[in-house]
Design a protein around this ligand. Structure first.
Ligand code: ZN
Length: 338
């Protein structure tokens, strides 16, 4: 009996994605720590919006969606299987940061639920359940999984599930929005919106941000910015920027009109997930699509008032649904409300 069309579609999509993953995994990096080929994740017959799917050993969870929004939580996991060695800077390279972004898994679940309650559709959600001691899905190999085969499989599934979500978004809506959710412990309690622009770039004037296309090209909102009649700087920190909209609902943010520049304070500007899965010039070299129709941002959330308890997570989730509805409609003609 032939497989249903939807199954074949997913299988083909996964095979294409895994080929891309395998190719990108083979380029660069020390040859003595060559990552193993990543086997395909188990592909269900069809993804049902709101339903959870687990990768191998339950290390990665995908909650399927039908909205044009994708939410990921790479650093909220707690599993510490002894079969995967702890990541260390000496063994893995890079800084091998192992800090957990507390409650970010709970945060994206609540964001999905509150969005669905408001708009009747589910954002796609991908969660890493492995502790960051074992895998950092927001890093490239070998820093991400330190050469361990189980960790590499989980990393492959992580990106495959996000790619499945992106394909579904593009098929259903033509364009979409990606948000990689993190938590910071910096002194200033605010949302740090990472558009892949350096603190030095944001410290410049609006005129400097708008002066050439180089900064716009490197930003995670490249395609949206090209489509919008507003200037690049206005999209980043004008009255209708994401940060200003969040601030208006009680969640101070940088950049925004009231907090436009880091000016020497701690600020995270976005990581490898944002580079790969949004639309900047760094996407294509990592297997994503530069100038593609999925743009996005990394959000580093402060703890108190945002992710510390269920009530605050719900407040933030409600605010996010409202903010995205306005931001994506006004700037990109992407409608979230029915
Ligand atoms: Zn993080």
């Amino acid at each position: 009996m032939p497989f249903p069309r939807s199954w074949r579609h997913h299988r083909v999509a996964i095979e294409v994605l895994l080929t891309a993953l395998t190719l990108s995994a083979c380029s660069g990096g020390p040859t003595d720590t060559k990552p193993p080929v990543v086997p395909p994740p188990v592909v269900p017959v069809a993804y049902v919006p709101g339903q959870a799917y687990l990768g191998r050993n339950g290390y990665v969870e995908y909650i399927a969606g039908n909205a044009p929004v994708i939410l990921t939580a790479p650093h909220g996991g707690s599993l510490t299987p002894s079969s995967i060695p702890d990541r260390t800077a000496s063994a893995c390279g890079g800084s091998a940061t192992t800090v957990t972004d507390a409650n970010t898994q709970e945060l994206v679940r609540t964001m999905q639920a509150r969005y669905a309650a408001r708009f009747g559709k589910y954002p796609h959600v991908v969660i890493s359940h492995l502790s960051r001691r074992k895998l950092d899905p927001n890093r490239l190999q070998p820093e991400a999984g330190c050469g361990n085969a189980e960790a590499a499989t989980a990393l492959g599934e992580w990106h495959s599930y996000i790619d499945v979500a992106k394909s579904a978004v593009l098929k259903a809506h033509g364009k979409g929005w990606y948000m990689d959710m993190h938590g910071h412990g910096h002194a200033v309690p605010r949302l740090e919106l990472g558009y892949l622009l350096s603190a030095a770039a944001l410290d410049g004037t609006d005129a400097a941000l708008d002066a050439s296309s180089a900064l716009e090209n490197s930003a995670s909102i490249l395609t949206l910015s090209l489509a919008s009649p507003l200037s690049f700087s206005a999209l980043l920190r004008g009255p209708t920027s994401l940060g200003t909209l969040y601030a208006g609902l009680g969640f101070p943010s940088i950049p925004s009109s009231s907090d436009p520049r880091p000016s020497g304070t701690d600020y995270f500007n976005g990581g490898d997930n944002t580079r790969r899965h949004s639309c900047s010039s760094s996407a294509s070299p990592l297997g994503g699509i530069t100038g593609g129709m999925i743009c996005g941002v990394q959000i580093e959330a402060n703890f108190a008032g945002v992710r510390d308890n269920a009530a605050n997570r719900e407040r933030f989730a409600d605010a996010t649904a409202q903010v995205l509805e306005q931001y994506l409609r006004v700037h990109w003609g992407l409608l979230l409300a029915p």
